[in-house]
Write a protein that binds this ligand. Structure first.
Ligand SMILES: *Cc1c(COP(=O)(O)O)cnc(C)c1O
Length: 429
């Protein structure tokens, strides 16, 4: 990269003004080294940086851009809605329409409340579960990330992992002590925690498909066991579908696996690229929220009309196109390309994919949990990342992030990606 590129100049100034030069840590490239670039514009499956370099993008703004960047329907919804005002702090009809859509699509949700981020959604689920059960303990899983909530920043995957700080400074030990952390996919550990402390556990929170330590899947029967134990002990089961919601199916992963959580946290796709989150679930639990119930939760900008309009436009377009079916097809094509490439270079690296989410681990061992994900060779990943980036293909700058395909990724994008990844991978060994 040119030492006086516009990205370099911006990053130098950003570092003087913003901690680490970024507003979210993974953007700083610490997991791969080197300097991040600044984006000028994005459209479809591609982004252009401020130096005019074009990339095929597999980050998709970390999940929200499921149709691709800046789809026309979303841009139009935002500009039309903005003609009548950008925020009211008073209920508007779009909030009801969004609620009707979520309740109609997500199997377990009978009532829903809108918030502004995934973090707010999981934080509110935890408080609500504690208020509902009158218990304090939370169970989470190693490598699952649920936003930067105090109680959930314990062995939290992705950003925290990449930076080698699984736990954050500033989280009181007394708060972290209320969070019990288990290895994912470990049936015995799950049974054991319920056997010893079942009556004290307010909630189990889980990414049903963990996608913040790369990507791995639940073993057959694992989520079923979780559901069974939670029901038996009157513990609230929370599915964090901030990433998988509206992505792995219209009704989220819960629709695919047929398991009904008590509460669900949503974000990312639901906002069409604007800052939106939501949480919902069983009516009896949701009715504990203020103003009906004793559990306080609020938000100045919650249900913002622009955000509702953008999100609704994206969801409707996905429905109109049957976007989930398309993503399965694009995903299958993409996977075929990756498998061809791995065969060609004679490596059996672990490639995981479900629908439009994927991860290539630089290990030939199987990956079912955080410990096995960490066998990936991070040095190789860093070289792979930079090699692809230099050739105009942008993957997430961390081994522990999932990649995202979007409806706008076309044949040309996928062919370029296969050619580039084959060239880079061949040069690594
Ligand atoms: C991204 C993410 C969050 C946090 O959402 P933010 O909008 O970044 O606060 C929570 N849970 C999961 C599973 C996520 O992937």
């Amino acid at each position: 990269m040119d030492a006086v590129s516009r990205s370099s100049a911006l990053f130098a100034e950003a570092r003087r003004l913003i901690p680490g030069g970024v507003n979210s840590p993974v953007r700083a490239f610490r997991g791969v080294g080197g300097e991040p670039f600044f984006v000028d514009r994005a459209e479809g499956g591609r982004i252009w940086d401020v130096d005019g370099i074009e990339y095929v993008d597999f980050v998709g703004t970390w999940g929200p851009a499921i149709l691709g960047h800046a789809p026309q329907v979303v841009r139009e919804a935002i500009s039309t809605t903005a003609q009548r005002g950008v925020s009211f702090g008073i209920s508007n009809p779009l909030e009801v329409e969004m609620a009707r859509t979520i309740v109609g699509w997500v199997p377990s949700i009978q009532k829903v409340r809108m918030v502004n981020s995934g973090t707010e959604a999981t934080m509110s689920c935890i408080r609500l579960a504690r208020g509902y059960t009158g218990r304090d303990l939370i169970v989470k899983f190693e490598g699952c990330y649920h936003g930067h909530v105090d109680a959930l920043l314990v062995k939290a995957g992705s950003g925290a992992l990449t930076h080698g700080q699984p736990d954050s400074a500033g989280v009181p030990a007394s708060v972290a002590a209320l969070t019990l952390t288990l290895p994912y996919n470990d049936f015995e550990a799950l049974r054991a925690v319920f056997a010893s402390r079942g009556a004290e556990i307010a909630a189990v929170i889980v990414e049903p498909v963990p996608a913040n330590a790369g990507l791995y899947l639940p073993r057959p029967g694992y989520l079923e066991l979780m559901r069974e134990l939670c029901s038996a002990h009157e513990t609230v089961l929370i599915f964090d579908e901030v990433m998988t919601g509206f992505r792995l199916a219209k009704g989220g992963y819960q629709e695919r696996c047929g398991i009904t959580p008590d509460l669900t946290a949503l974000g990312k796709v639901i906002g069409g690229g604007l800052p939106v989150g939501a949480f919902g679930g069983r009516e009896a639990i949701m009715d504990q929220l203020s103003p009906d119930g004793p559990v306080y939760q609020a938000g100045t900008l919650s249900g913002n009309p622009l955000a509702m309009a953008a999100g609704l436009a994206q969801l409707r377009e996905m429905e109109r196109l049957n976007g989930w079916q398309r993503l399965e097809e694009i995903g299958a094509n993409f996977e075929a390309g990756v498998r061809r490439t791995l065969k060609q270079i004679g490596k059996n690296y672990n490639f995981r994919r479900i629908g439009s989410m994927f991860c290539l681990y630089f290990t030939e061992g199987d990956v079912w949990d955080l410990a096995s994900a960490q066998h990936s060779d991070k040095g190789l990943f860093g070289r792979f990342f930079h090699g692809c980036r230099e050739r105009g293909v942008y993957f997430a700058p961390s081994q522990f992030e999932a990649g995202f395909l979007c409806v706008a990724h076309n044949e040309v994008d996928l062919e370029k990606t296969e050619r580039v990844t084959a060239e880079v991978l061949a040069g690594l060994s």
